[in-house]
Design a protein. Structure first.
Length: 219
């Protein structure tokens, strides 16, 4: 499949284009730069991949949760490009992308562990999901860190981005169960792999929408 993917849910935007088995990637650092630069980077990657828009099979965007500004940017760009070029859209969750990226790195992380995925949500809160089963995708939640409850006693891997300053606020039960921790950002190349496995359902440009989780605006 020929696919374009991008995630702007954090301060580190990730963009990727696949031409069959060939993959071309880039990053933009800085939330305020995403809207200004993403279309330029997309155009550059499409040229590197030697793809024209009619050859593209789909557009993948990071649905969230994450920065409200970033989610609006990603969804707006995806919808605009999809309408213009008549492409299906694949919304991919940020936390599920992080979990998939961890599973693809067995050399760096014990992939047999259940995973607590956390992203900084500002306002002294985090977006989080607990992946105890590799085949299941739990619903993202937003809470103060001390309010996160994970039943049982199984060992846990802690992954995600922006969680470092919150780790000490986790309950003693969760902290004692953490056997490994790694900083992983949502990654566009991983999003492409998720779509290629058939695990993500396509929607129309009109149906595409961000996943905000909460009403208060975070930047």
């Amino acid at each position: 499949m020929n696919l374009l993917a991008f995630d702007t849910s954090t301060e580190r935007a990730s963009i990727a284009v696949s031409n069959g088995s060939l993959l071309f990637t880039d990053e933009i650092v800085g939330v305020r730069s995403h809207a200004q630069q993403i279309l330029v980077v997309i155009d550059q990657l499409m040229q590197q991949a030697q793809l024209t828009w009619p050859e593209l099979d789909g557009i993948i965007f990071g649905q969230g949760p994450g920065s409200f500004t970033g989610l609006r940017v990603a969804c707006s760009v995806a919808k605009g490009l999809a309408f213009a070029h008549d492409c299906p859209v694949y919304p991919v969750g940020s936390l599920a992308t992080i979990r998939a990226a961890a599973l693809a790195q067995p050399q760096n992380f014990d992939t047999s562990l259940a995973c607590l995925v956390m992203m900084d949500a500002r306002m002294q809160q985090v977006y989080w999901a607990y992946f105890s089963d590799k085949s299941a995708t739990p619903q993202p939640q937003v809470n103060a860190v001390e309010d996160i409850v994970i039943p049982g006693q199984e060992s846990i891997g802690l992954i995600g981005c922006g969680w470092e300053s919150y780790r000490s606020q986790l309950s003693s039960n969760i902290q004692q169960r953490i056997l490994g921790a790694q900083v992983i950002y949502p990654d566009a190349a991983t999003m492409i792999q998720l779509v290629k496995t058939g695990k993500v359902k396509a929607v129309s440009a009109q149906e595409a929408s961000p996943l905000y989780i909460r009403d208060q605006v975070t930047q």
